[in-house]
Design a binder for this molecule. Structure first.
Ligand SMILES: Nc1ncnc2c1ncn2[C@@H]1O[C@H](COP(=O)(O)OP(=O)(O)OP(=O)(O)O)[C@@H](O)[C@H]1O
Ligand SMILES: [Mg+2]
Length: 133
């Protein structure tokens, strides 16, 4: 199998994996990263996934806040507060146009021409470091 040649394998799922998929993932992965934007509807969906993971007996998951609106909005901090007690990454991913450009151009975010491209890349590096810590 190809994955044997790599130390780290990242599997991307559909937005709301089914119970069966989630069970297989929870069993087969070292860590499930559960991304959510800090808005009520997304967080509601996320909490349902967390409930499901808890009934499946998995504690190998961590919540990643992403597309956090810039200051002065407090959306990110409020979302963090609302999820007190749940396993969150210490850092979040802020909203940057650089990610949209990257998707549009089919490039890694560090390769796009945008003042925040390097900052955007570093935010994910920080999450990587949190995972490995
Ligand atoms: N931090 C961010 N800041 C700004 N835009 C972002 C950010 N992250 C993602 N995006 C934008 O949102 C789009 C969708 O992101 P992404 O593909 O990661 O979402 P998804 O939840 O996996 O979507 P799907 O459910 O379709 O798989 C990206 O193409 C990008 O333009
Ligand atoms: Mg996706």
């Amino acid at each position: 199998m190809h994955s044997r040649n790599y130390e780290h394998v990242v599997i991307d799922t559909a937005a709301r994996p089914s119970r069966d998929d989630l069970e297989a993932l929870a069993d087969g992965c070292n860590l499930l990263v559960l991304p959510t934007t800090p808005d009520a509807l997304s967080m509601d969906a996320l909490l349902q996934t967390v409930d499901l993971l808890q009934t499946l007996g998995s504690d190998r998951y961590r919540i990643l806040l992403t597309i956090i609106p810039p200051k002065p909005r407090k959306t990110g901090a409020l979302a963090r507060e609302a999820m007190t007690g749940l396993p969150l990454f210490n850092h979040g991913i802020r909203r940057f146009a650089a990610y949209e450009k990257a998707a549009l151009e089919g490039k890694p975010v560090y390769d796009v021409s945008d003042t925040n491209a390097k900052i955007a890349w570093r935010e994910y590096e920080t999450i990587g470091q949190e995972i490995l810590a």
